[in-house]
Design a protein around this ligand. Structure first.
Ligand SMILES: *Cc1c(COP(=O)(O)O)cnc(C)c1O
Length: 453
């Protein structure tokens, strides 16, 4: 009965999302946000983002003992846009940052230090010093970084909760580049390496200020069972540390993010509720109130709420194949263009007025504007024929797509708008101008290489 209700609810969410998206595309065309002179935009569904944040909170509320501190820290790299971080902050979601830029974005969004976690694998001494003076949680990636923390902790006191990132080495998923828990992953202390586990335990016993333990083993292409196994092993290590310390020294487990996203339909699968229930079954001790929790979900919070919409500049045929040449390609969808097998995107067709297009299905390529042959959003896709002046929408692109501009061909970063039902929009990010491209490309230093130094 519960499962049946959840299924129905998931269907309603999916239908609501698709209807809001279609309305937003039509309204964007009607209001001129999209058109011949602004041929590409990113759209973010504010309603959907709030829904996902609420689902994440509810999923863990349902399995944690009352009063358990839980910080859901959004992995800023997934959608590094300040208004998005502010929206999530308002929804009770913190920030996981991995560079000085991401930390600055979180601070610009008003995230307080105690809602922020720093995790990068290459933190400089200056970054560590700043994090400790702000009181931001830090997870040390390796022994050399821990030595830097030692030096800093000798000369100061800090409110920062500190931990070590471990790699449980439970194995990879279907996308090698995103598999963080392989035997030879670059992240964290590889727990199964000879002597490593004992080294970690001793590191905690020697440092009473190490109170957290971190692992991030999931990502796109990783099965939930493997993620659960990663958390199970990390929990087992925390229990061992605490047993040997004779006290609850590790008081918080940071279980990372990495819930995979369904790019094949509007349905949200898997759900946060499914993952939380699997975790609670496999690792009940993690939820009995002895441990605070930190999560770091990125893609699963934003992906399904973003759409990049691009005008079809030209429609042609080549070798018998229909090709729609649009304004969305590698600059907004680098992963899909360079690794189409791993990152297929659904493409929706809209007509010149922004209405959902139907009509006979034709096998076609949806191409981008960049000057290399592989710049395709979709190859050999069966869909209603895209014609000149129509719009092609790349769906589920709210994370790691249009917020991750790739400056190929000096194509400008498109504008991003948030939308609400009723055709209401707010600017999230202005389009980059060509003058800005020139300025960022050494425009003020035109003589830099022709004068004498
Ligand atoms: C990228 C990353 C995340 C978020 O991963 P998603 O797949 O976007 O959920 C969380 N934690 C760390 C340490 C990461 O590097």
């Amino acid at each position: 009965m519960g499962a049946h209700f959840a299924e129905e609810e998931a269907r309603d969410f999916a239908a609501g999302r698709a209807a809001r998206r279609d309305e937003a595309v039509r309204a964007a065309v009607e209001q001129g946000l999209l058109g011949p002179d602004s041929p590409i935009v990113g759209l973010l569904d504010v309603t959907g983002i709030r829904e996902s944040a609420a689902q994440l909170r509810a999923a863990f509320d349902a399995v944690t003992a009352p009063g358990t501190p839980v910080l859901h820290a959004f992995a800023v790299k997934a959608t590094p846009l300040v208004p998005v971080l502010r929206l999530l902050h308002q929804e009770g979601i913190g920030a996981e940052v991995a560079s000085p830029g991401e930390l600055a974005l979180a601070r610009a969004a008003g995230l307080p230090a105690e809602r922020t976690v720093l995790d990068s694998p290459a933190k400089t001494p200056a970054e560590l010093r700043e994090a400790l003076s702000l009181g931001i949680a830090v997870n040390a990636d390796n022994p050399q970084e821990l030595a830097r923390l030692d030096a800093l902790m000798r000369s100061r006191t800090s409110r920062s909760p500190l931990g070590i990132r471990v790699n449980p080495q439970v194995g990879g998923g279907s996308i090698e580049a995103l598999s963080t828990a392989t035997a030879t992953s670059k992240f964290g202390v590889a727990l199964r390496d000879e002597g490593a586990r004992e080294w970690v335990v001793q590191a905690y016993l020697d440092r009473p200020w190490l109170t957290r333990l971190h692992a991030h083993t999931g990502s796109q292409g990783i099965p939930l069972s493997l993620m659960v196994q990663g958390v199970t092993e990390t929990y087992g290590l925390a229990e061992e540390i605490n047993r040997r310390a004779g006290r609850q020294q590790v008081d918080t487990l940071d279980i990372g993010g990495g819930l995979p996203v369904n790019f094949a339909s509007d349905a949200t699968t898997p759900t946060y509720a499914q993952y939380a229930r699997m975790l609670a079954e496999a690792v009940p001790g993690l939820f009995d109130g002895r441990y605070g929790l930190v999560t770091e979900f990125g893609r699963s919070l934003l992906a399904k709420h973003g759409t990049v919409v691009a005008r079809v500049e030209y429609a042609k045929t080549s070798g018998g194949r229909a090709v729609a040449v649009t304004h969305a390609g590698v600059q907004v969808a680098a992963r899909t263009v360079y690794a189409p097998g791993s990152w297929p995107l659904r493409i929706a067709a809209y007509d010149a007025k922004g209405r959902v297009k139907d009509g006979p299905v034709v096998v076609q390529d949806v191409a981008g504007p960049a000057c290399f042959a592989g710049d395709l959003l979709a190859e050999g896709r069966s869909m209603p024929l895209l014609e000149q002046g129509d719009y092609a929408a790349a769906l589920d692109t709210g994370a790691y797509y249009f917020a991750h501009h790739y400056a190929y061909n000096s194509l400008v970063r498109p504008a991003v708008y948030g939308f609400w039902p009723g055709g209401r929009f707010a600017v999230v990010r202005q389009a980059q101008t060509v003058a800005e491209v020139v300025a960022e490309s050494g425009g003020a230093r035109a003589d830099g290489l022709t004068g004498s130094p």
